[in-house]
Write a protein that binds this ligand. Structure first.
Ligand SMILES: *[C@@H]1O[C@H](CO)[C@@H](O)[C@H](O)[C@H]1NC(C)=O
Ligand SMILES: *[C@@H]1O[C@H](CO)[C@@H](O)[C@H](O)[C@H]1NC(C)=O
Ligand SMILES: *[C@@H]1O[C@H](CO)[C@@H](O)[C@H](O)[C@H]1NC(C)=O
Length: 346
């Protein structure tokens, strides 16, 4: 049995304190889902999900089902709302991820996690409400097995999936949202209606962290499993040249892009297919690439990559944290990020 030694205690301490915490966030998510579901012929999805919680819960595999129950217990939220809270991370994770190697071939992996687009803008503070609510919930987790670290992640308290993680000495992983017509909404509606072949992205990434023993195994797991929503997986290995972006649709892998084809010493992904131009309104890719070129190969190290991720508009008002990882040292650090005016909203 995989020991979630740290999680319950951590979650309870964060959930129990934390202004204004997970409950306020769930309220925002439900309001959004409600506004969206009334536009849709499938009806009141939110009511349905919340009511059917016990039923939904039976279809969520272990150990996640028990963890969701534990979170419902610790927060006092209905199980259905905890399920919805967890589903939202499948959909709204707008980000920038970079894997880079220094001239000695040492690998670094870093990411910004931007979250909260369209989920409510505070006209007084000029900040996204959800992004503000999320920052206090950021926790670094240490997943242990037999008393030893198996992998480490940066999480939002109450979320049981994985968006950013390191398996020391073996590989590093981050996930970025991919917008697509056959997008997550359809997968999620299907899942609610009982067509449950696709896996939650956050469970796939977590199982990859638990079970993959190498960069290649991680690549294979992330490439070959049907999912609820499309995604980009950014994977770093422990050997020179091991950096890749896996472009996923729900059913299959559309593309695997390797660091050597991306420019040699680094690979960078935001939320657009690398072979297409980014949306002109949301081009974080060009500025990030310019910053990497300016930094130069010989200067690759975490503080310099942090600078790239802290430059506007790569840093924007949706940015909740920057995470920095170095695989050989098993190093993971995370920084809360704020972007005061003047700053691009996304
Ligand atoms: C409801 O959502 C489904 C799936 O996204 C879509 O096919 C359908 O057209 C939507 N209906 C309405 C009325 O928007
Ligand atoms: C949480 O679980 C404990 C032990 O089973 C129970 O006594 C308590 O009532 C539960 N609390 C909530 C809020 O469900
Ligand atoms: C790198 O990963 C491989 C598995 O792909 C592992 O066998 C090897 O020990 C790792 N190298 C180091 C230096 O940890």
């Amino acid at each position: 049995m995989f020991g979630l030694v740290l999680i319950p205690a951590l979650f309870i301490s964060v959930l129990g304190s934390g202004p204004p915490g997970i409950k306020a966030l769930v309220k925002e998510f439900l309001a959004f889902a409600e506004s969206w579901s009334t536009k849709n012929a499938t009806g009141k999805i939110v009511d349905y999900v919340v009511k059917e919680a016990a039923n939904l819960d039976d279809t969520i595999p272990q150990p996640y089902a028990d963890e969701l129950r534990g979170i419902a217990n610790a927060t006092g939220l209905p199980l259905g709302e905890v399920v919805i809270y967890n589903l939202f991370y499948e959909l709204f994770t707008v980000c920038t991820s970079i894997v880079a190697q220094d001239p000695n071939g040492k690998l670094y992996h870093a990411r910004n996690l931007d979250f909260g687009l369209f989920l409510g803008w505070n006209t007084k503070t000029h900040q996204w409400m959800v992004t503000d609510l999320l920052r206090p919930l950021i926790v670094n987790l240490d997943f242990q097995k037999g008393g030893k670290t198996a992998y480490k992640s940066v999480n939002f308290a109450g979320y049981v999936g994985i968006l950013t993680a390191i398996k020391p000495k073996l590989f590093t992983l981050s996930m970025n949202e991919r917008f697509k017509l056959d997008g997550g909404e359809i997968g999620i509606i299907e899942w609610i209606l009982g067509i449950r072949t696709g896996k939650w992205m956050g469970f796939l990434t977590r199982e990859t962290m638990e079970n993959a023993g190498s960069f290649d195994q991680a690549m294979s797991m992330l490439s070959n499993t049907e999912m609820l929503a499309p995604a980009y997986f950014i994977l770093g290995g422990n050997t020179t040249g091991q950096g890749a972006v896996i472009t996923r649709s729900r059913e299959k892998t559309d593309d695997v892009w390797n660091m050597k084809d991306a420019g040699g010493w680094y690979i960078l992904e935001t939320n657009y297919d690398h072979w297409d131009a980014p949306l002109f309104l949301d081009d974080r890719r060009t500025p990030a690439n310019n910053c990497m070129q300016k930094m130069k190969h010989e200067n690759v190290k975490l503080p310099r990559i942090f600078d790239v991720l802290s430059s506007r508009p790569v840093l924007n008002k949706l940015t909740t944290y920057t995470a920095l990882m170095q695989v050989d040292e098993g190093h993971l650090e995370s920084w809360l990020q704020y972007c005061p005016d003047p700053c691009w909203p996304f």
